[in-house]
Design a protein around this ligand. Structure first.
Ligand code: FAD
Ligand code: DHB
Length: 399
């Protein structure tokens, strides 16, 4: 849009939120010739820098390619054919292709996915307004829902045929659903992740998920010269409580092995703490309002499912919206919530199981410790258990 706009905009789909869900939906609608308006409360620099996910399932990467957003991802993304589990100073590699019939994942940061989708939208797609905060979704039960928003100090309205609530866990979309029609399911965890970025090449060529009596640690990566690292810390921890030296010492303790492997240290350039939560809001549809991604469900990050679920929702929704808009066929929209929720609950199950297997609960007893080690040992020695992990990690089908 130019600098001026009227307080009332009319479009087919009002999209609230320019995270991966809203941006990909906008792109898929642009490609199908369905017009949309994207409202994003934050500015572009913030959206493009917010450090979050790093692992794309094969289905997610395929969806981005099909949307025309795979060029840089395929040049710069790092294909990974496995992960390493560490426990009791041992290491066990899980080989994805041999366990899943050829599937693997791609390391390509969410920041980069968002940059690519923003560039596509701004070079010829419909409007994408940064600094535009949705205030409320109204009349979602009717054929003409509305989104009230504030942009540059003025209030405006988007009148539309459908609303996509892609505004993450803290957004406003969910509030438009009457509480009597909603069932929510939630679990919080008494720990969090301290995540850091460091200017140092990864210490291992694949991701390392480590279970230790002092807590979980994850060695991930962003590029051949930038590492992304996580430590389990108590809920409520402030990132400033940890000196950089203490972070490296703790990562080394929790990921150490007896075979001479060394952790590479380097300058830490960013540190933040992420709380852990499991949450599902059912149903994911209310009238003409469709919730997607973190607006409808949250998984704890162990297992890397959040972004991938958001993409799954949006692929399902885009197909259904395009069909309904073109032919009036309601089947896809009617099936939207149930189709997504099956996939969501599989991801909830897996993310919970990975979290429980790898994190130290503050009330854990020696018995609990032994159960975790027995579970890891089973994965390391039993092909069916290992294949179960590999299949879930590399992804659930998008339909
Ligand atoms: P969001 O990314 O939260 O986007 C929502 C957007 O809506 C935001 O831009 C927000 O500013 C905007 N918004 C909010 N309210 C309003 C409003 N009122 N009006 C307008 N705009 C609004 N997932 C993975 O798949 N793999 C991983 O490896 C992984 N690792 C993670 C690591 C960490 C540390 C964290 C925190 C998350 C991780 N995730 C991972 C989860 C993943 O980042 C999220 O699931 C993903 O961002 C969801 O995308 P979304 O578009 O649904 O929501
Ligand atoms: C990353 C995040 C995760 O939650 C995960 O399981 C693997 C990798 C990451 O940010 O790189």
């Amino acid at each position: 849009m130019g600098g001026k706009y009227t307080p009332v905009m009319r479009t087919t789909v009002a999209i609230i939120g320019a995270g991966p869900a809203g941006l990909l939906l906008a792109r898929l609608l642009d490609a199908a010739g369905v017009d949309s308006v994207v409202l994003e409360s934050r500015d572009r620099a913030y959206v493009e820098r917010r450090q979050r996910a790093g692992i794309l399932e094969q289905g997610t990467a395929d969806a981005l390619r099909a949307a025309g957003a795979g060029g840089r991802m395929d040049r710069e993304g790092l294909p990974h054919a496995g992960i390493e589990l560490r426990f009791a100073r041992r290491r066990h590699r899980v080989d994805f292709p041999s366990l899943t019939g050829g599937r693997s994942v791609l390391v390509y940061a969410q920041t980069e996915v968002c940059k690519d989708l923003i560039a596509l939208r701004l070079s010829g797609g419909g409007p994408l307004l940064f600094g535009a905060e949705a205030l409320a979704v109204e009349d979602a039960e009717t054929h003409r829902p509305r989104v009230r928003y504030r942009h540059e100090g003025r209030e405006g309205v988007v009148e539309c045929a459908y609303v996509a609530g892609c505004d993450g866990f803290w957004g406003v979309s969910r509030r438009a659903v009457p509480p009597a029609l909603v069932q929510t399911y939630e679990r919080t965890y008494p720990f969090a992740w301290l995540g850091v970025l460091a200017d140092v090449p990864p210490s291992h060529d694949e991701l390392v998920y480590a279970r230790h009596d002092r807590g979980f640690a994850l060695l991930s990566q962003r590029t051949p010269t930038v590492s992304r690292l996580y430590l389990q810390v108590p809920e409520g921890t402030d990132a400033a409580d940890w000196s950089h030296g203490d972070i490296w010492d703790e990562l080394e303790r929790r990921t150490g092995t007896d075979d001479g492997w060394r952790l590479r240290r380097g300058p830490i350039t960013a540190a933040s703490v992420t709380p852990m939560r499991s949450y599902v809001h059912e149903p994911m549809r209310h009238g003409r309002l469709f919730l997607t991604g973190d607006a409808a469900h949250i998984v704890p990050p162990t297992g890397a499912k959040g972004l991938n679920l958001a993409v799954g929702d949006v692929v399902t929704l885009a197909r259904a919206l395009v069909a309904h808009h073109a032919t009036g066929d309601p089947a896809g929209l009617d099936a939207y919530s149930a189709t997504c929720l099956r996939r969501v609950w599989q991801a909830e199950r897996f993310s919970y199981a990975m979290t429980a297997m790898l994190h130290r609960h503050p009330d854990a007893t020696p018995f609990d410790d032994r159960l975790q080690l027995a579970q890891l040992d089973r994965i390391a020695t039993t092909r069916s258990a290992e294949a179960d992990l590999a299949e879930a990690y590399t992804g659930f089908p998008l339909d």
